[in-house]
Design a protein around this ligand. Structure first.
Ligand code: ACO
Length: 384
């Protein structure tokens, strides 16, 4: 091969620098398949539309962890285990109560999940830890939200679904069937999504033979960012800021202005999907229905105006975070909790990938091309 040079460095050993690892296939997986051209999403063999129509979140947990649906006994067993693990250890609750009330909820969740590692049964295996983390994340989120608002923390119920129990702990009253189903469907839709940044982080930590709590903690850190899971909060802030403009609010002009200034519209675009995100199809429908029910039609109408403008101006479609924002808002969840809700669901995908990585592990260790100087002379500190 002819010698190739970048910055006077022979790069024949580094044939391709791939910023952002676009298109790089680093693993094989049975957890999900995404076709970015057709908008097809499959979780362990099942089309997302099939799951959205039929599955509960707990069935999806079992599916991702085992690559098959549970029978009735297995589902009952999993539900029982999840319910039995919902209580938080006292030191974790104390941390939540004592933390800065203005802290970012994702930062509190990250620390609390990391703390959980110290309070597991000595003989708990990874499967049991995954169940415990999945069961305890909703309790952490609800406890923090109540504590920061000066409200009594509500202990988890010993029955009911993850969605039902979460809304109960958050609001202090049992949710109706419609709210539970909305929450459950959101959990189903967000559970897994290929080699996104947080799942990749989780697998990278796992591949060093670190533990499942460290891997999930790292993944939460990655999900928090506004280019990933943090976008749903950013979308809601955009809509609420527009609302402050009263009669002058103009979502089309707002979108065009952002594009002219070369700023990103949160909740739009995706590294893999070049068509409408199949999860957004379901969330869009829910957003419409819920916005009408709660008298927030304008939020939905503004969202649609932004979608149309983004399509016309840039040919970019919304991603999962765009309509999920108005869905969560309509069921009364604070905007800064939205990314935590995402975590409540995605932890199942992360842990499923953790099992898969561990079963066929190889250290994840890419290279970086050094483009700095190599021959600098040492200058003593007093002469610099
Ligand atoms: N708003 C405006 N323009 C956009 C957007 C957007 N949201 N997304 C992409 N573009 C434009 C870019 O400016 C670029 O345009 P150009 O070619 O004229 O320079 C082109 O589309 C390609 O964009 P990239 O940033 O290179 O695409 P990439 O694959 O790196 O980014 C990402 C994907 C990070 C999701 C991006 O679309 C983005 O920042 N979106 C907003 C944040 C967001 O919604 N994140 C959530 C993603 S879903 C999830 O993680 C759960």
């Amino acid at each position: 091969m002819a010698e190739q040079k970048i910055n006077n460095i022979d790069v024949t050993d580094y044939p391709h620098i791939n910023r952002g690892l676009d298109g790089i296939v680093a693993f094989s997986t049975t957890k999900s398949s995404i076709d970015g051209k057709t908008g097809e999403l499959i979780f362990s063999g099942y089309h997302i539309d099939t799951l959205a129509e039929n599955a509960t979140f707990e069935e999806v947990c079992f599916l991702l962890w085992n690559d098959r649906l549970p029978n009735k006994t297995e589902l009952d067993e999993l539900n029982q285990k999840l319910r039995s693990k919902r209580n938080l250890p006292e030191p974790v609750l104390n941390y939540i109560k004592s933390t800065n009330k203005k802290a970012e909820p994702m930062a509190v969740l990250r620390t609390a999940v990391s703390m959980l590692a110290d309070f597991q049964d000595d003989d708990a295996d990874d499967t049991e830890s995954a169940i415990a983390i999945t069961a305890q994340i909703p309790s952490i989120i609800a406890a923090f939200d109540r504590a920061r608002n000066g409200k009594e923390i509500v202990a988890p119920l010993k029955d009911g679904s993850t969605a039902f129990n979460f809304l109960y702990m958050l609001n202090g009253e049992k949710p109706g069937q419609a709210a539970e189903r909305t929450m459950d469907l959101c959990l189903v839709l967000h559970a897994e999504h290929g080699m996104n940044a947080s799942t990749f982080s989780c697998r990278t930590v796992c591949a060093t033979e670190s533990d499942i709590f460290s891997a999930v903690t790292g993944a939460i850190g990655a999900l928090k960012g506004p280019l990933h899971g943090g976008a749903n909060t950013a979308v809601m802030n955009t809509l609420l800021n527009l609302k402050k403009q009263g009669d002058d609010a103009d979502p089309v002009a707002f979108t065009k202005g952002k594009l002219e200034r070369k700023e990103k519209m949160m909740g739009f675009g995706h590294r893999v999907y070049k068509v409408f995100d199949p999860r957004a199809v379901h969330l869009r429908k829910m957003s419409k229905e819920l916005s009408e029910e709660t008298g927030h039609e304008y939020l939905y109408e503004w969202s649609e105006a932004m979608v149309k403008t983004m399509k016309e101006e840039k040919n970019i479609d919304p991603n999962v975070d765009f309509f999920s924002a108005t869905v969560y808002y309509s069921i009364g969840i604070e905007p800064d909790l939205f990314t935590c809700i995402f975590t409540m669901s995605r932890v199942t995908g992360w842990t499923a990938h953790f099992f898969e990585q561990k079963a066929n592990n190889r250290l994840i260790r890419p290279r970086a091309l050094y483009v700095g100087d190599k021959n600098k002379e040492w200058v003593p500190v007093e002469k610099r």
